[in-house]
Design a protein around this ligand. Structure first.
Ligand code: PRP
Length: 176
């Protein structure tokens, strides 16, 4: 596979992640019982960087869902693969996503956290593909809006490749 072209540089990402961490810390404050729920696999790098730059108490959970069962096109059907391990009842939950595309996954997860009786549910996503939205979903803390490109890096993959690139890169059909 060719080296993906840079869409969002490492420096731009790190600057924005720092801003989001400060904003989240200020909004929740020291006394909130905050649980950050990372959505596997794609969010692992964003969650690691974001959580380490926050200045308030927080715990970390992971959840895994599967939506792209048949290749790269979302079917809209979300399946829970692994639930959070800890009890989130009565806690403030911040769902952390790498990318919001159609919005089905995030919508499903917000519902799921409410079912778990979270005290509040908010969302953070590094990237949103605004044009791809099929359902309306609120992203409380958004890194960047992008077009309909296929992107990799900073947790995002194409066929499991390129997740650990430090920047967000674009894959073209001729690259794979
Ligand atoms: C990606 C991303 C979101 C979901 C967003 O995960 O991490 O969870 O797709 O798509 P949607 O808005 O259309 O629902 P993916 O299924 O690629 O799994 P991965 O994180 O394990 O790579």
């Amino acid at each position: 596979m060719k080296t993906p072209e840079v869409l969002i540089s490492e420096e731009e990402i790190q600057t924005r992640v720092g801003e989001l961490a400060r904003q989240i810390s200020a909004d929740y404050g020291d006394d909130s019982d905050l649980v950050m729920v990372g959505v596997l696999k794609g969010s692992f790098i964003f969650l690691a960087d974001l959580s380490r730059r926050m200045e308030i108490p927080r715990t970390i959970e992971f959840i895994a869902v599967s939506s792209y069962e048949n290749g790269s096109v979302s079917s809209g059907a979300v399946r829970l693969v692994m639930d959070v391990r800890g009890n989130i009842e009565g806690k403030h939950v911040l769902i952390v996503e790498d990318i919001v595309d159609t919005g089905h996954t995030l919508k499903y997860l917000i519902g799921m956290m409410k079912t778990h009786r979270a005290k509040s549910v908010k969302t953070a996503a590094l990237i949103r593909k605004a044009e791809a939205a099929e359902v309306e979903v609120t992203i409380d803390y958004l890194g960047f809006d992008i077009g309909n490109e296929w992107v990799v890096g900073y947790g995002l993959d194409y066929a499991e490749q390129n997740r650990t690139l430090p920047y967000i890169g674009v894959i073209k059909p001729t690259d794979v």
